[in-house]
Structures are given as structure tokens and as C-alpha cells.
Design a protein around this ligand. Structure first.
Ligand SMILES: [Zn+2]
Length: 858
């Protein structure tokens, strides 16, 4: 009697066995080629969601396939464990952030283990562990030593009621504090930056080396770095020795500058403001200080400004022009000032119209007279320069260089390359992060904490109120230290680092995760880097991936690693979407229990309002999530894995569909049955030794199916990772075996063994169980990947269709090697053809090789 397929028994048994035998410990045998398979590590929220499952299963299939192909594979996992939610839990519920975090990690680790991932857990890292953040601090000091970490003033979100700095996530979209409800203000604080702008050009150029990255990710990074070539120009202030510096990519329009705008926070604002405008200017600054950077620069938000009363001189025309301040100009970006060319810039045009500023046309479309030209909107195209002194009549594209040359000759300015990329603000006024390892001394200034004193540990007895200064700044015992240089009383830095720093080097640590003496050993890191396949969400296309590239380049320049780029290939997996119910008029999300079908139409049970049904990214607030835990309980990990891989190509969005999950469950049941029947068949072949010269047609056909599956699946698992078609191939092979009439042949045994081996990367538990049931004592996951027998792929007979005047009359077999003439001769001699053509005149014969012969008779 056959035992039914029971995933719950099989899966936990093998997970335990794999763990006990250290099956997935990273192999260090350097005779084998290396393969580094990496998933983006999760934030330990405590709960695994389907997006995680998809990400890790994709990486796992690749890791397993590479291992079977004979690679030594590094497939690690860890936790991006610092960050705000832990601190919020401490404020809301009084749970210490460390306790909250480590409990979540334990919970998520066991959920991951239930997926049957082939992870080397001996290399697990948690960024909040002192063993890890000691080296984050050490690396920060490398940046500091290289002159790449510095302090300057920058704006923070300030809650005036709680007297505390807020993270962006703690400010709602309207600009109010999450806790106190106060209108959040902008306040300047001295903060730490990393000089990523020093690497802007390299980060841009080296994108070309990343052949294994999706183009759209590279384009997003390119736009983020935002290189532009233009001019740096200085506008003298009337009645002062000072000048207002601006950057423009359109120096050809400089004769059309009719005003200059400063950021409200610009130090020159106060100097240029006249006594009559003082009150209005202060009121305006106050108003702008409560607006977020996003609101200030958004295209659809109003551009507000006010006159300062001060005037500047356009050095090219000698004209006096007004100086304004406006919300859309940010002090942190560029020079903190812009020149206004309303005739030729969309934003300037709108701003000038709203503020009654003069508009002066200096570029005309070609072949248009100025008298015929009226400006209803900004003219931003190229054209012919007019009203531009010595440049009149020049093409504006040539004018750019010519104007820069004049500026350089006369000392008004110079050519400059500018990047949109700004230095990376890494200071956070929070507790649950990596402490910045510096000490401030009155005499010595900023002093790095000596290496032997690292890590600067986070103190544990901390009070979390969400009010006042950061929790660290309130701890006098922790803050007050002696200066490492002069021994006098000094103070610790109380800012912690942006968590994006923790995740900018974790992939380097995995190569040598337990090293106590250095962040990673040079030989080991160079052996494993770069990552051969990185898998993660598209939401990390810019920040995480750019910061990691930056870190790698700096660490390379410090002689700590030799690669230029951290990630050779990148796969950004699509989202997992759930079936979503949303009312048509009120836009309310409903649970499946809240809807009802009436006359085939979906409605809100309570209000009878019609309901739209569609797929959307799974989310708690939309009631469309599927809990991985429930799926695993019902079907097991193997089915969940198979469904996720089968339902959509990895980079496309995936629509969760219970019927398709069932389908995969049934497929695994069929495989279970098929292998068990083979085992219980007393006449099954003992081994798969095959005498190739003596195969029957049925045996040849089955062998072709077996080796076609090997070929197709091997291809699908290389290059573009077409897991969905690979799963289809598994199903085809399983069907071919089910339908085969030669179940006692060694070829059938070859087919059964091949099916299990091909299934192993996808459904690791059932394949391990069946492999052992077949009598193997070693793990299927240590077995070698399959070798294609090209001979088995060749077709030696084809089915030839016989047609008379285009009408099919029957089929015959013919050798696959037959030429066109031979096919015609075979067809002509066949009984089918003879029946119709015997006494008729053949006008024409059409032969389609490998397919058909058509006799056109009179
Ligand atoms: Zn000192």
C-alpha cells in the first residue's frame, strides 16, 4: 500500500537532517569555481511576507543549481537590524529595541528555515550586533582618514512640542509630527556627511561595466547622479563686494536673466534684504521652514517667492535686476541660488508670471522674426540668439561655449560640470543605530575613537520617551569621556549612522563573517567578491545599490578589496500581488468576507456599492495579503516554491492565485505517485545501463523527452532564469513518464532519476525524500547536475503528412534524414498516396521538409 504525499512530515524531517549534517556549509575547496548567490537581507520586522518568500526562493534555486553544477557556493543570510521601528516599539510599548529586534530575528529565522533554503547559517550577520557594528565603525574611520567623512550644517525635521528631531518617516504627508501632532519645522544642525560626490564620475562611468544589470536600474542611477555640463557664473550685488554664484546648463540664455533667486536659508539673504522688506522676508522664511523638501520642489506645488529689496547686476548686460527668495530653491543643492530666465525656462516662466517679473526673449526659433514671435509659454528649445550683445545671430548650441569663453575672459565665471548627486547625510539623532565613533574635544576638535577602543557600544539602560534630545545625548555617563589625544574632559558624538551604511558592506562581511580581527580578510574577500548573482526588490535600485557601489570603491581605494563593483549580476524580482476588492465610488478596500456577488456583480455586503476587483501589491491595509505561514501549513514549502517559480518570470509581477497553487500541489502528488509506483513495481529495471544500439522506438522517444528536459531546464536556469518555463518542462517530462509503455526498461529508470534530479533545486524536500526512497544514501543536493546526451536528442523518424490537393489524407513515418526528393519518393510510394494518384496526372508536388508532401492532381 502506498503512503500518500505528506509534505509536513517530509519537510521538517529533511530540514532537521540538512541542518544536523551541515549540508549547506560553504565549501572552501578552491579547485572548484566559486559562485556567490545573494539575496538582499531583510529588516527583521518579525513577520515574513510573500515578497520575502519570492526573493529568497529565487536565489535558492540558483544556489542549488550552481552547487549541482560543481561550484562552491556562498549563499548567506543576515539581518538589516538597526532602524526606527525598534525604537518606536520601545517608545510605544516599553520593549528595549535590542530585545524586540532579536526576538523578531529568531521568529523570522525559523520561518526562513521552513522554506527549505540552502543557506549557510554559520555566516549569519545582524548589523545591530557589536561583532558587526565594530567594523561598521572601523570602516567609518577609514572614510574619515581618507577625508571622505566630514561635518557641516544641514536641516532636520524639528518637532517644536516634543523638542526632538524626527526622521522623515515620522513626519506625515501634511508635515505634522506622528506623535505630538505639531507642525514640523526645519532646523539647522551640525551633521555628518560622506563625500559620495568625490566618486560621482566613477559611479556614473562604471555603470557601463555592469552588463548583468537591468537597463532600467542603470538608467535610474544615471539620473540620480545627474551629470550636467554648464557654467558657474557670479552676479555682483549692488552696493556690496559680494557676489551671488549660480550654476546654469543654459549659459546661452544669460542675456535673458531678469532676476536672481536665493534659497531662503542662504546666508546672503539677510545681507541683501533692505530694511523695508525685512518683515515680509522673515515672515516668508518662517512659512517656508515648515515645508518639506519634496513639497518645495514638486512640480505641481505652487512656486512662492518674495522680493528682498536687494539688487544684483547681470555682468553680461550691466543691468540691475531684483533679488528674490523662493521656496523652490534649496540651500543644500548646488550654489543655493539660481538665475531667472523666464522666457526660456518653464519654472521661471511660471514664477515670473505669478510675481510680475520682466520676461526677455533672447532665443528665437530658426527663421522666425522677433516681431512675429509671441511668447505664450517658455521657449526651451535651441534656436538663434537675439538681444544678446555680441552673440546676436549665433546658433544657441554654439552660444553655450562662446558665452562661457567670454565669462572666463572677463572673470564672470567658468565652465563647470555639476552633479545632481549630493553628499550623503549619514547622521541620525536616534538611539537604535551604529554610534559614530568620534569624540569632540574643546582643544583637539574632532578626535576618532582609537581602534582598540572599538566598538563604541550602545548603552543598554536607556529611557525612551520620544521627547527631548536623542536618548544617547541624555546619558551623561556615556557622553562624558576623556579626550584620547590630550586626556582632558571631552564628549562623545551622540549621532548614530544611517542604516544604509550598515547595508553598504554586509556582502563583504559574509565572505569572512566571524573574523574578530578585521572586517574581512583580504584573501577571502577577494576570493568571493564580486557577488555573482544579487536578487532583490526594484525599490533598492538607487540608494542601497548606489551606496554599496560607493562603499566598495572607497574600500578598494583603501586596499581592502580588489573589485571595482560589488554586484556582477542583478535580478530585481517583481512584486507579489493579491486579489483586491475596492468600492467603486468611495474607494474603500474590503476584505473577501465583506463582499457579495449579486447577478454576477461584486458588491459591498453592507452598502450594496459596486466593487472593483483587481490585483495589487499585497498590503495589510488593502486586505489582500496571503500569509506564507498558512500556505506552508496547507501545502508545504515545496508547493509554495513551485507556484512562485511557475506563476511568472522572476522579474515580472506575480498574481497570487489559489487555483494555481493547487495545481502545483497536484503536480507534486503526481510525481510522488509516479516514483512510488516505480519503486513498488517488481519488474522495474535495477539500473539504468542502456544499450544504445538496441533501443526500441518507445525507448528512443522517452530518452528524447528525458534529454530535452535536461537541455531546456539547464538553459532556463542559466542566463535569464526562466524558472516558469523550467517548471513547465518538469511537467512535460513527468507526463512523458506517466504515458510511457516501457516501465520496465532501464530508460524508464533513467527518466525517473532524471526527474528527481531536475526537480531538486525547485522542490528540495520531496526530491530528497524520493531520492532516498530510490535507495540512494547521499543527499540529492550533493548529486551532480545532469549531462545531456546529444545523440538522444536526434530525431530519427518523423511523421509525414500526405495531402492530395491540400487535403490531408493520412500520415506515414519517414527517416528524419531524408532529403526533399527522397521524401517525395517515399510519399509517392505510400499506400495512402497510391489510392488517390494511381490513375491521375500529377500537376505539381509540394514538399515541406519534416512536415508534409502535397500532390496536386487533375
Ligand atoms: Zn583633546
Amino acid at each position: 500500500m502506498q503512503s500518500p504525499y505528506q509534505p509536513s512530515d517530509i519537510e521538517s524531517k529533511w530540514q532537521q537532517q540538512w541542518s544536523d549534517s551541515n549540508l549547506y556549509l560553504t565549501e572552501e575547496n578552491r579547485d572548484k569555481p566559486k559562485f556567490y548567490a545573494l539575496s538582499m537581507f531583510p529588516y527583521p520586522s518579525g513577520k515574513l511576507h510573500m515578497g520575502h518568500v519570492r526573493n529568497y526562493v529565487i536565489t535558492d534555486v540558483i544556489a542549488r543549481f550552481k552547487r549541482m553544477q560543481g561550484h562552491r557556493v556562498l549563499h548567506p543570510m543576515g539581518w538589516d537590524a538597526f532602524g526606527l521601528p525598534a525604537e518606536n516599539a520601545a517608545i510605544d510599548r516599553g520593549i528595549p529595541p535590542a530585545k524586540w529586534t532579536y526576538e523578531n530575528i529568531a521568529q523570522m529565522r525559523s520561518q526562513l528555515q521552513e522554506l527549505g533554503l540552502s543557506i549557510d547559517w554559520s555566516r549569519e550577520v545582524a548589523t545591530c550586533s557589536p561583532d558587526y557594528y565594530k567594523w561598521t565603525q572601523w570602516l567609518f574611520l577609514q572614510f574619515y582618514e581618507a577625508g571622505l567623512a566630514y561635518q557641516k550644517e544641514a536641516a532636520v525635521n524639528w518637532d517644536p512640542i516634543d523638542q526632538t528631531v524626527l526622521a522623515n518617516e515620522q513626519v506625515d504627508s501634511e508635515g505634522y509630527s506622528w506623535r505630538s501632532g505639531a507642525k514640523v519645522e526645519r532646523k539647522l544642525l551640525r551633521q555628518w556627511f560622506l563625500k559620495i560626490t568625490d566618486y560621482a564620475e566613477q559611479l556614473l562611468n562604471d555603470l557601463q561595466q555592469l552588463e548583468g544589470w537591468p537597463d532600467r536600474v542603470k538608467t535610474m542611477q544615471e539620473n540620480w547622479i545627474g551629470k550636467s555640463v554648464g557654467a558657474y557664473l557670479e552676479f555682483p550685488i549692488v552696493g556690496s563686494d559680494e557676489k551671488i554664484p549660480v550654476f546654469t546648463t543654459r549659459p546661452d540664455t544669460v542675456y535673458g536673466v531678469t532676476y536672481v533667486v536665493l534659497a531662503p536659508e542662504h546666508p546672503l539673504t539677510e545681507k541683501v534684504t533692505t530694511p523695508e522688506r525685512k518683515e515680509a522676508v522673515s515672515a516668508f522664511i518662517q512659512e517656508v521652514s515648515s515645508e518639506s523638501e519634496i513639497d518645495r520642489t514638486a512640480d505641481d506645488k505652487p512656486k512662492k517667492g518674495t522680493l528682498t529689496g536687494g539688487k544684483a547686476i547681470n555682468p553680461f548686460t550691466g543691468e540691475e535686476i531684483p533679488i528674490l527668495i523662493a521656496n523652490y530653491v534649496l540651500y543644500e543643492y548646488g550654489t543655493g541660488a539660481v538665475m531667472g530666465v523666464p522666457a526660456h525656462d518653464v519654472r521661471d516662466f511660471k514664477f515670473a508670471k505669478e510675481n510680475n517679473l520682466p520676461i526677455k526673449v533672447v532665443i528665437l526659433p530658426e527663421n522666425v522674426e522677433e516681431t512675429d514671435f509671441s511668447l505664450v509659454e517658455a521657449y526651451t528649445e535651441t534656436g538663434i540668439m537675439v538681444n544678446s550683445g555680441e552673440f546676436n545671430g549665433m546658433e544657441s548650441t554654439k552660444g553655450k561655449e562662446a558665452v562661457i569663453k567670454l565669462a572666463e575672459n572677463k572673470g564672470f565665471g567658468k565652465k563647470r560640470i555639476q552633479y545632481r548627486l549630493r553628499d550623503w547625510l549619514i547622521s541620525r539623532q536616534r538611539y537604535w543605530g551604529c554610534p559614530i565613533p568620534v569624540i569632540h574635544c574643546q582643544d583637539c576638535g574632532t578626535v576618532p575613537v582609537p581602534t582598540e577602543q572599538l566598538p563604541v557600544k550602545l548603552p543598554e539602560q536607556v529611557e525612551f520617551s520620544g521627547r527631548g534630545p536623542s536618548p544617547l545625548a541624555k546619558l551623561d555617563d556615556w557622553v562624558n569621556v576623556t579626550c584620547p589625544k590630550c586626556g582632558k574632559p571631552a564628549k562623545r558624538e551622540t549621532d548614530t549612522m544611517d542604516t544604509f551604511i550598515d547595508s553598504s558592506w554586509y556582502f563583504l562581511r559574509y565572505t569572512d563573517a566571524t573574523n574578530q580581527n578585521e572586517p574581512f580578510n583580504l584573501d577571502r574577500v577577494n576570493d568571493w567578491m564580486g557577488v555573482d548573482q544579487y536578487v532583490g526588490g526594484i525599490e533598492h535600485a538607487i540608494l542601497h545599490l548606489l551606496y554599496s557601489r560607493f562603499f566598495t570603491k572607497v574600500v578598494r581605494d583603501r586596499g581592502l578589496v580588489s573589485v571595482n563593483e560589488p554586484f556582477k549580476r542583478l535580478l530585481t524580482q517583481g512584486m507579489v500581488q493579491g486579489l483586491t476588492y475596492k468600492t467603486k465610488q468611495t474607494g474603500k478596500y474590503l476584505t473577501p468576507e465583506q463582499i457579495i456577488y449579486k447577478n454576477g456583480e461584486c458588491r459591498d455586503k453592507e452598502t450594496n456599492e459596486p466593487v472593483n476587483i483587481f490585483y495589487e501589491k499585497m498590503s495589510k491595509s488593502k486586505y489582500n495579503g496571503v500569509d506564507p505561514k498558512l500556505v506552508l501549513e496547507k501545502y508545504g514549502a515545496d508547493t509554495a516554491r513551485m507556484f512562485i517559480l511557475f506563476k511568472a518570470p522572476p522579474e515580472k509581477d506575480l498574481e497570487w492565485d489559489d487555483a494555481d497553487v493547487e495545481g502545483q500541489y497536484r503536480f507534486l502528488n503526481r510525481v510522488w505517485l509516479l516514483v512510488n509506483e516505480f519503486i513498488e513495481n517488481p519488474d522495474s529495471a535495477e539500473d539504468k545501463t542502456i544499450n544504445k544500439a538496441n533501443l526500441s522506438k518507445e525507448e528512443k522517444d522517452l530518452r528524447r523527452a528525458i534529454h530535452t528536459a535536461i537541455k531546456e531546464i539547464s538553459e532556463d536556469l542559466s542566463g535569464d532564469y526562466q524558472f516558469n518555463t523550467a517548471v513547465s518542462e518538469l511537467m512535460k517530462l513527468s507526463n512523458a513518464l506517466r504515458d510511457a509503455k516501457i516501465k520496465n526498461s532501464p530508460v524508464y529508470r533513467e527518466g525517473v532519476e532524471t526527474l528527481i534530479l531536475l526537480l531538486a533545486p525547485f522542490a528540495p524536500h520531496i526530491s530528497e525524500e524520493l531520492w532516498h526512497k530510490l535507495g540512494n544514501s547521499e543527499s540529492v543536493h550533493l548529486a551532480n547536475w545532469l549531462i545531456i546526451d546529444e545523440e538522444a536528442l536526434t530525431v530519427d523518424e518523423i511523421t509525414l503528412v500526405i495531402q492530395i490537393k491540400g487535403k490531408t489524407r493520412g500520415t506515414i513515418s519517414a527517416p528524419a534524414s531524408a532529403s526533399k526528393d527522397e521524401l517525395e519518393a517515399i510519399a509517392r510510394a505510400s499506400d495512402i498516396a497510391q489510392k488517390y494518384i494511381a490513375d491521375k496526372e500529377i500537376k505539381k508536388v509540394i514538399v515541406v521538409p519534416n512536415k508534409l508532401v502535397n500532390f496536386v492532381v487533375v
